[in-house]
Design a protein around this ligand. Structure first.
Ligand code: PGA
Length: 251
């Protein structure tokens, strides 16, 4: 049985004071014991969140890491080893905002994935198609290429220590959600692509759905056989809403 995971991606949101409020809200949540919960604050607030959530079983991750795993001369970047040293357990790689706005390509994403794993962090590989790609009927091709690139560069076995998040770009921050059936279809294809290389790895890997998930639609999405939880953006900035989504992932 795969344990559900609900992860909150705070993106570039927060101030010391709003983060402190959010921590207070998270501390008060009664979280289901059969769901793993993680939050991804901006780098600056990671330490504040780790301290504030001490004693609460919520893991902390980062939204990005440098190409190189070890510290060195790379102005403005943060190495995976530094994230691990700070207490992070996971790191997002290949979020669509980084692919589209910063211009990260598949090879860069693979290198960050490898850097994260080499430091003991769990990479959460984000993949997903744009609206144009979906309308052109290219969803499975695009998602297959993004996943295939990591398999090709690093081997399928790396997914025994990783999470995949399917996030259709047209559903991120737009209020438009993939229907549970649309999401399930892509999740099943992702698992099948992994299974073609290694059935055991495919069975074990957690596949999250992301894109306008909220308390009102979470249970339906999480009820699909290949959806093992969610990557939550906007709704993760509200502790009660996030808590309700975590509960929807419980049995
Ligand atoms: P959203 O973002 O829930 O605000 O759509 C999801 C994400 O980008 O991870």
């Amino acid at each position: 049985m795969r344990r559900a995971l609900v992860a909150g991606n705070w993106k570039m949101h927060g101030t010391r004071s709003s983060v402190s409020e959010l921590i207070k809200g998270l501390q008060q949540l009664a979280l289901p014991t059969d769901v793993e919960v993680a939050v991804f604050p901006p780098y600056l607030y990671i330490e504040q969140v780790l301290k504030g959530l001490e004693g609460k079983s919520i893991a902390v991750g980062a939204q990005n890491c440098a190409l190189e795993p070890e510290q060195g001369a790379l102005t403005g970047e943060i190495a995976a080893s530094q994230l691990a040293d700070a207490g992070c357990r996971l790191v997002l790689v290949g979020h669509s905002e980084r692919r589209q706005i910063i211009g990260e390509g598949d090879d860069v994403v693979s290198r960050k994935f490898a850097a994260a794993q080499s430091c003991g962090l769990i990479p959460v590989l984000c993949i997903g198609e744009s609206r144009e790609e979906r309308e052109a009927g290219r969803t499975l091709e695009v998602v297959g290429r993004q996943l295939g690139s990591v398999i090709e560069n690093l081997g399928v076995e790396v997914f025994s220590r990783a999470v995949v998040a399917y996030e259709p770009v047209w559903a991120i921050g737009t209020g438009l959600t993939a229907t549970p059936e649309q999401a399930q279809q892509v999740h099943a294809a992702i698992r099948a692509q992994l299974a073609a290389e290694d059935a055991e790895v495919a069975q074990g890997v957690r596949l999250l759905y992301g894109g306008s998930v909220k308390a009102a639609n979470a249970a339906e999405l999480f009820g699909m056989p290949d959806i093992d939880g969610g990557l939550i953006g906007g709704a993760s900035l509200n502790a009660d809403e996030f808590g309700a989504i975590c509960c929807a992932a419980g049995s």
